[in-house]
Design a protein around this ligand. Structure first.
Ligand SMILES: C[S@@+](CC[C@H](N)C(=O)[O-])C[C@H]1O[C@@H](n2cnc3c(N)ncnc32)[C@H](O)[C@@H]1O
Length: 236
């Protein structure tokens, strides 16, 4: 197998958004929300939409990495995938639900970028539409986290370090086939956000009725002191 970062992402990190997708689908059913159209922003290899398409008819995903989109297209052929930038995507249409999972909001490195990101989501949402996302807060314990994993095809290292409010994720993959040894490195910078900053950036863009919940969508009693917060919020 020829290893790429996108392939390893699909194998190692896919569970998070597939499980979340099931919870969201159950939540929509339990509330009798009719959601026809869904857009997953920074959809990666399409894990979240692979579940959402079981309950919604018009499902799209965008990501800025072509390699991610290529795998997503193979994983979930009946979804509309395209390559688009995170902060300036313009699809010329609106959706009933927009999702931004697995710390994508943390790619906003300053408050203006955060407001711009939410403004673009609002522009693509129908009135009364739902925005679902998660983010890491300053309570996240991300100091020098280190993970090593191996499979028959590759070794995978992941390291997180934090300075001020910015955390850097470094992932290194070694392909192990002797004829085709390859090292792939992926480095991403993100910023932890407080619940108050997230609330402010949402309010500026006309979102209301915030639900701060955990990964299983149970309401958080102390969201400000939680490391990862999931949010369900509505557009006026
Ligand atoms: C942690 S992954 C999350 C993927 C997917 N949402 C999921 O839940 O599995 C972050 C994704 O953001 C994409 N990404 C990183 N920087 C980006 C940027 N500046 N603009 C758009 N997408 C970006 C990456 O390609 C990657 O697919």
């Amino acid at each position: 197998m020829n290893i790429s970062y996108a392939k390893v992402y699909s194998l190692k990190e896919g569970d998070f958004s597939r499980t979340l997708g099931s919870s969201i689908l159950n939540f929509l059913k339990s509330k009798n929300y009719k959601v026809n159209s869904v857009l997953d922003v920074a959809c990666g290899t399409g894990e979240f939409v692979s579940v959402l398409r079981n309950g919604c008819v018009d499902v799209s995903g965008i990501d800025f990495e072509k390699a991610m989109i290529n795998i997503a297209k193979k994983n979930v052929p009946d979804v509309n995938f395209s390559v688009a930038p995170l902060f300036e995507f313009d699809l010329g249409r609106t959706f009933d639900l927009i999702s931004m999972n697995y710390e994508t909001v943390n790619f906003a490195l300053d408050f203006d970028a955060l407001v711009k990101l939410f403004a673009n989501v609002a522009r693509h949402l129908n009135n009364g539409g739902i925005f679902v996302f998660d983010f890491l807060t300053p309570f996240a314990d991300i100091k020098n986290d280190f993970k090593f994993d191996e499979s028959s095809d590759f070794d995978y290292f992941k390291r997180l370090s934090v300075a001020e409010n910015i955390y850097t994720k470094t992932e290194i993959i070694y392909q192990l086939t002797t004829q085709n040894y390859k090292k792939i490195k992926n480095v991403e910078n993100r910023r932890v956000w407080s619940v108050d900053d997230i609330k402010k950036a949402l309010a500026v863009n006309g979102f209301y009725n915030h639900n701060f919940v955990d990964y299983s969508l149970n309401v958080l009693k102390k969201p400000k002191k939680t490391s990862r917060v999931h949010v369900l919020v509505y557009k006026k």
